[in-house]
Structures are given as C-alpha cells and as structure tokens.
Design a protein. Structure first.
Ligand code: ADP
Ligand code: MG
Length: 334
C-alpha cells in the first residue's frame, strides 16, 4: 500500500508562500512525476511528503492514516536524492545495510534484502567495493538499493539523475522504470526535465510557483494542455505559441501548434518565410522560420533529413486539427 493524500497543504518560508493551498492524491503503485521550472517548489513538496519540512497548514495521509504529525522515519517512505551521499569508507554492502542496521533488523534478513536489491540493481558483483571504485551510475544504484531494502510504502526521488551524464541518464531512467514495474511500489519522482517526466510517469503533476497547473498522463498533457504554460512546458521542441491577428482569426488570444504538426508544402500554404537556423539531428530536422509576417519565429520539426538551408524560402501549413487555442488568461478554449 502507498496511497498519499495531501489536503489544503500550504508552506511558507517566513513571509513567502512557496506552496499555496494544494490538494493532491497519489494512488497506490503509481509512478508520479512532479515537473516544473527550477524554484517552483518541487523539492519543497516532496520534503513535505517525506516529513523533512513541516507544513504551514493542511494535512497529509498515507494509506488513509493521518500522517501530518508523523516523524519522517515513521512514514514508511524512502527518499533518494541527487547527491547520493554514500559513506566512502564503507563497502557497497555496508552502505546498503546501513538503514537496516539503524532499524535493528537481524543479520539474516539484512543479507536477504541486500542480495535481492543487488540482484534487482545489477550490483551483485560490486557488493565488496567501495563507492570510490564505482561509476556515477553505479553509485546512484547503491543509493537506490539503500532505499529498496527499507521496503518502503513509497519511494521519493529528488532529481536523482541530474549529476549523471546524458547517456547514463537515459540508461538509469529505463532502470528506474523497470524497477517500478517489478516492485509495483508507489514512486514520486521530481525533475525539471520534461523528457524524463514524459518517459517515466504514469501521472505527471506540472507545477508553477507552487501551484498545480495540471495533473494528467503524459499524453493527456501533450494532447490537451489545460493552459499555455503546460502547452509550452511539455514537448520538445516547444510548442509554437502565436498571438496577434493570426490568433484573433481563430477567436483566440494565443494559438499553439507543435513543431511536429506543421507541414512544409510545395504549393499553397498558410505561412511563407525564410529558414533561419536548421538543426540536423539525423533522425529529425528542426528548422526555425522567420519573416512569415508573424511576430514569432516558427519552429518546425520534420522527420529525417531535410535539406533546407539558411535563407531558403519555404511555405508552411499547420495541421488545422492540431491547433490549440488559449484565451487572454492562457486557459485552453475547448
Ligand atoms: P525546486 O525544487 O522546484 O527547484 P524548491 O522547492 O527547492 O524548488 O524551492 C521553492 C522555493 O522555495 C524557492 O523560491 C526557494 O528559494 C524557496 N525555499 C526553499 N527552501 C527554502 C528555505 N529553507 N528557506 C527559504 N526559502 C526556501
Ligand atoms: Mg529541487
């Protein structure tokens, strides 16, 4: 079990309200990602759930039990941080055993859990090494192992992969997703990286200034962003957001069209302009088109290799059924 419910939770640091009143339920077994720009309150929210920060007001319950005044160690949650803080003088085995030693779990049970965690994390051959003899990815796995052996109701991850290089991050992302499938334990994962959010989450919670902008599955957020903030935050390259007469023609303050939903056409099209920068990724080409008569530069994503060069004139057609409309408050118009 690992259902977590926050009701009317707020957090202030002095005069600054970092989390305005917030309600959120995380279902048992769900992989939930908190995503949002740096400083939006993701870590604070996670630390409130962990009990490492006191809420200013509100309640939290875990599996239906009020846990508002429960100390962190008694909440049955295990946290994994970006800086994994392993004990350098201890072996991997001792590092993983540490929380169990603190909890007074008997040695046979400690060893059973260590073997199991090590097998799940491909660390079996490294149990006698010290952290200094491991790669960054392996160290992060040891930190996760230390969380697994506590057999928590839920795992709380705070940007655990930020210190790893790009290739390792992709590998660890998959490992954590696979671990979640195997353990079927509730996981809450904080990141500022929307690609991590999209690829890992069952449910994404998009935060801005401590406020929940939208909760949904990755594809719900992609297809029906509730407002222009979520529209611009989810998806890469970013959705084109266009204001002015072009939006007014659509009875909107702002229209949004994703780069992958704009076609380059030979004949008639809505916008004709000049290619500025073209980014050739091999699998895709991104090109940035100016001088279309719009105030905004339009980003287009075409699959494969497209040989447009700087200064070429091209004509674009946004797919009409993929145009998002937003009002002056930024809210989606149905
Ligand atoms: P995120 O993890 O999304 O980057 P944080 O939760 O760390 O954001 O911070 C949210 C806001 O709360 C920031 O403006 C930060 O400066 C502020 N904050 C965080 N911790 C404290 C603290 N202990 N005292 C005062 N302000 C804090
Ligand atoms: Mg943070």
């Amino acid at each position: 079990m690992g259902q977590i419910t926050l009701e009317k939770v707020t957090k202030r640091f002095g005069d600054v309200e970092v989390i305005p009143p917030l309600d959120l339920t995380i279902q048992d077994g769900e992989f939930t990602v908190f995503v949002g720009p740096s400083g939006c309150g993701k870590s604070t929210l996670l630390r409130l759930i962990a009990g490492l920060e006191d809420m200013t007001t509100g309640t939290i319950s875990i599996d239906g039990q009020d846990a508002t005044d429960t100390p962190p160690a008694k909440r049955g949650l295990a946290m994994v941080f970006q800086s994994y803080a392993l004990y350098p003088h201890m072996s991997v085995r001792k590092n993983i055993a540490f929380p169990m030693r603190m909890a007074g779990i008997d040695i046979a049970e400690q060893n059973r859990r260590i073997e199991q965690a090590a097998a799940a994390l491909n660390l079996t051959d490294y149990l006698d090494r010290r952290p200094g003899q491991l790669s960054g990815g392996q160290r992060q796995r040891v930190a996760i192992g230390r969380a697994i052996v506590r057999e928590p109701e839920a795992f709380l991850f705070d940007e655990p992969l930020s210190n790893l290089d790009a290739a390792l991050r992709v590998g660890m992302r998959l490992e954590i997703s696979e671990l979640h499938k195997r353990l079927a334990t509730t996981m809450i994962y904080v990141t500022h990286d929307q690609v991590e959010a999209m690829t890992m989450a069952d449910k994404i919670v998009v935060l801005r200034a401590g406020h929940i902008e939208q909760v949904g599955t990755p594809l719900e957020l992609y297809h029906t962003p509730r407002n222009s903030f979520v529209a611009g935050f989810i998806g890469s390259p970013k959705m084109n957001l266009i204001t002015g007469p072009e939006a007014e023609k659509c009875d909107a303050h702002t229209i949004g069209i994703r780069p992958e939903h704009i076609d380059v056409v030979d004949g008639e099209g809505l916008w004709t302009g000049k290619v500025g920068v073209a980014e050739h990724l091999g699998s895709d080409t991104f090109f940035h088109v100016q001088d279309t008569g719009l105030a905004e530069t339009i980003t287009v994503r075409a699959p494969g290799e497209v040989n447009y060069r700087h200064g070429d004139t091209i004509t674009l057609n946004p797919r009409p059924d993929q145009v998002h409309r937003f009002d002056a408050q930024g809210l989606r118009i149905a």
